[in-house]
Design a protein around this ligand. Structure first.
Ligand SMILES: NC(=O)c1ccc[n+]([C@@H]2O[C@H](COP(=O)([O-])OP(=O)(O)OC[C@H]3O[C@@H](n4cnc5c(N)ncnc54)[C@H](OP(=O)(O)O)[C@@H]3O)[C@@H](O)[C@H]2O)c1
Length: 308
């Protein structure tokens, strides 16, 4: 897919997209670290008009692997990411998840690792991912006391994932000046309207979609109705909803066509009536996205599948 992905990257950059999210755990086995390597290659081989080296923000995530037990090991993980991406500084260095639920003693070493990578100038800024409200407040205070600003909190946030925790996290982010990055804004593809219980994707998503899609009829018909009225598409409406909620959505794209379509989520806003209609439809849809016990209060099962 590399040629297509390079073209997709170029198109996104040419259209003003400047934040790319990845992780040191994306790409397993022989492809370990491949996502970061590819992003680095795309930056190097970009031939458009934008100044990619300076203007692009790479947000990568460092996994809280059980063998990363000291701040130095975490800093080394950051150096390894820098080598793979072949850039001088990472835009946002994010802690991929909190270990508070299962290895609370490891947590402080990871937090100190974040502090050290910031102090050593390896990352421009620091962020977290999959932190629930309680842990978010704790790490914010911890970093603040050490003079390190926490700029972003990445959580699963979409019309399929807007429970109390997400809304509470958003409130905290707003009050502390942290930007909420919304991952899986298309519900892994379920909100695009192209999958049905009879038409499932291949791979591990099929299992999840089989459980969730039958309960999504009210939400999917509302998305479709609004999309048709607005002359937009369902993915555009789903992404626009995230923007209207004040988040930074990071939809995953696999082709130029998907990137072109998703760019159409920019430059307009759903009305407050449309937002309310979508949220009502979401609340009427009995099934929600799975949130995982792996993280503080929640994290997404697929994250786990991606890593292992
Ligand atoms: N922090 C974390 O733990 C965590 C966890 C998960 C994801 N993330 C981040 O969030 C990003 C996005 O999340 P995600 O990829 O999991 O889910 P997503 O953005 O909700 O869904 C992306 C998938 O939807 C399909 N799609 C995208 N645009 C489309 C369009 N216009 N029309 C039709 N189908 C379209 C594509 O898959 P198909 O074409 O195959 O259907 C694409 O891979 C990831 O790349 C990652 O950077 C972070």
């Amino acid at each position: 897919m590399e040629t297509e992905l390079q073209r997709t990257f170029n198109l996104a950059v040419d259209n003003g997209i400047n934040l790319f999210d990845t992780a040191d755990s994306y790409g397993t086995g022989k492809l370990n670290g491949q996502s970061e390597k590819l992003l680095g290659k795309f930056i190097k081989d970009y031939q458009g008009q934008k100044r990619v080296q300076n203007d692009i923000v790479i947000a990568t995530k460092f996994a809280a692997y059980p063998w990363r037990l000291t701040p130095l090991q975490f800093v080394n993980a950051c150096r390894a990411s820098l080598d793979r991406i072949e850039i001088e500084k990472i835009g946002i260095g994010q802690l991929h998840w909190s270990t508070a639920n299962y290895a609370p003693l490891q947590e402080k070493a990871l937090w100190d690792g974040l502090v050290a990578m910031y102090e050593q100038g390896l990352v421009r800024a620091v962020g977290v991912s999959n932190f629930g409200p309680k842990q978010l407040l704790k790490i914010y205070d911890y970093l603040k006391a050490r003079g390190v600003p926490l700029v972003s909190a990445q959580v699963q946030f979409s019309l399929l994932s807007m429970g109390e925790d997400q809304l509470e996290t958003k409130k905290i982010c707003d009050s502390l000046g942290i930007r909420l990055i919304a991952y899986s804004p298309l519900g892994l593809g379920m909100l695009t309207g192209k999958y049905t219980p009879d038409k499932l994707p291949r791979g591990p998503r099929a299992f999840l979609f089989r459980q969730i899609l039958p309960g999504l009829r009210p939400l999917l018909s509302s998305l479709k109705e609004i999309a048709q009225k607005r002359r937009k598409t369902m993915p555009q409406v789903a992404i626009n909803w995230c923007i209207c909620k004040g988040t930074i959505p990071i939809p995953g794209v696999k082709s130029v066509k998907q990137a072109e379509e998703n760019l159409g989520a920019l430059g307009w806003r759903l009305s407050s009536e449309e937002l309310a209609q979508l949220e009502h439809a979401a609340s009427e849809s009995p099934t929600k996205m799975i949130q995982n016990i792996f993280q503080t209060r929640f994290v997404f099962l697929i994250t786990y599948l991606k890593i292992f």
